[in-house]
Design a protein around this ligand. Sequence first.
Ligand code: GAR
Length: 196
Amino acid sequence: RKRVAILISGSGSNMVKLVESMADSGHPGEAVLVLANKAEAGGLTKAEALGVPVAVVAHKGKTREEFEAEVSAVLEAAEVDIVCLAGFMRVLSAAFVREWQGRILNIHPSLLPLFKGLDTHQRALDAGMAVHGATVHQVTADLDAGPILGQAVMPVHEDDTAETLAARLLPLEHRLYPEVLARFAAGSRGRVALFA
Ligand code: GAR
C-alpha cells in the first residue's frame, strides 16, 4: 500500500475523510502521517483520535527553505509515497515540488483553472457564475495549475453568499478527494467528475 501523508493548516475535515477512506485494508493507500504547520490546527486532535501519527512543523520564524527542509525530512522519515494537501495554506516552492514531483495532490475550492488563489467563493459570486465547485489536482511549481485529477460541480443559488457556498461545497469535497486519492494510489488514470 502507498504510504500517504496529509498536510493541514486548519480544521482538517477533508483530512478526516481521507483517513477514514483508507481505514479499509483493501484501499491502495495507508494514512501514515498528518502534518500541520501550526500547533493550533484543529485537525491535529482529530487525527490523533483516528490513531494517525501527527507532526507539527511550524513555519513561523523560519525561512521558506528552512520550513520546507524540515517538512521534507519528516515526510522522508515516515517513508511517505503520496502527499495530500488538505486545507494546507502555505505555498510550496518549486524546489520542494520538484523533490516530491508527481507525488503531491491538492484540493482547491473552485473549478480550476478559474479562481486560483484565495477568496474563491466570493470571486465565483462576483463573476456571476451559475455553477461552482472544487478541484483535486497534482501540484506543480505553478500555483493551483497542475494536471486536474477530479472536479465536483454544484449550482449557485440566487441568495448564495461566500459562506453558504463554502458550506455546501465542503460535503462535495469530502466525496471528491477520497475518490481521487483511491484512483491515484492505485495508479489509475482518468479524471473523476462529481455532480451535486
Ligand atoms: C477546503 O475547503 C479546501 O478546499 C480549502 O480549504 C478548506 C479546508 O477545509 N483549501 C484551500 O483554500 C487551499 N488554498 P478542511 O480543513 O476542513 O479540510
